[in-house]
Design a protein around this ligand. Sequence first.
Ligand SMILES: Cc1ncc(COP(=O)(O)O)c(C=O)c1O
Length: 393
Amino acid sequence: MTSKKGFVHMKLEEIKRKNLYRTLKKISLVKGMVIEVDGRRAINFSSNDYLGLSQHPAVLKAAKGKMSQVSQCSSRLLSGSSSDIHALEDKLAEHRNVNSALVYATGYMANIGLLTTLADKDSIIYSDELNHSSIIDGCRLSGASIKVFRHNDISSLRGTIFADRHLMSKRKIIVTEGVFSMNGNIARLYEICKIAKDSNAVTVLDDAHGDFILGHTKEHSGTADLLGVSHLIDVHVSSLSKALGSFGGYVATSHYVRELLINSSKQFIYTSAIPSHLCRAAMAAISVTTQGLRQKRLSKNINYFMEGLKKLGVTTGQFASPIIPIMIGNEVVSTQIARRLLKMGIFIQAIRYPTVRRGRAQLRVSITSEHTIEDLDFAISCLEKVRGKSKFM
Ligand SMILES: Cc1ncc(COP(=O)(O)O)c(C=O)c1O
């Protein structure tokens, strides 16, 4: 029998042997796009604050403004359900053009809370193979059968669901991200919604990385808005800690699903409510997003950066989204490159298994509306230099 300590050491050694050991970097300053990482100043290309709203004066003012309590120190069903949360939920329902919304403490909990409530052992969940960990955990905890389809591959989804056509009594749910968090790919929602309609499946869309960024309407309500299929999504999930620069997660859906979540979702019931000042920050951030100016700047920056990478001949994703992957492959090389970039003044993280597949390590570049052309040029020139020294990319 391994000793108590022996187990932990053995696990850590195993992680190290596979070159997957992670350490925390100490962030001592964030000012605009400048970040200090382990004592080194760099331009930040590793944030999900795609519109720079976490530092926007109106958002900061709203968070600090009339703060009388740091936290409600209670769950929603006890004394934590502040009027600020209700106001934010009304706003999010309007943003999504659905009946209602329910705010969770994080997007992670929103996914788990939703999937464990919507699915049970009599359900089948069809899940994209690159879905976020919170979706995977939600699927597993729900007790449903899980069928994973190849990433963004419509024929794989169609084939999988078609093979189950005789399972008429099973409740079917298709779950996908809108903008995929690691490779920036945009889900083929039009086709997914069509398959869902044909097979009477519920559609769940986690659009943490597209929400408030993509879309044709003033609301920028994300990938479904961009692809004109918002009305075909049964349940929207998102995070408030990406484009809104705030904190928390939400589910936007029908009144009845919301009621069921309030009554059944453990991740909603048995945890403290999101603090009110974060809701006020999110509300202020939503007002900024409806002006649309930052999304325009972001789009220009994405195109500029992708064009720069193309000129270098770097292998990257094919979608214009704020998440730009640079394929490396080898885990050790990916962390070496990230370290070299940090020394040069660029903060880009290496992403390794289990976040991406084994042997498919990548750099994950996050572009924001607040990067200047000089920031983007500098990053491209640093990438060119590190590339000169390695055979990868
Ligand atoms: C696709 C996706 N869903 C959910 C989450 C979780 O959101 P949160 O950070 O609010 O917990 C993330 C976070 O990175 C994500 O990328």
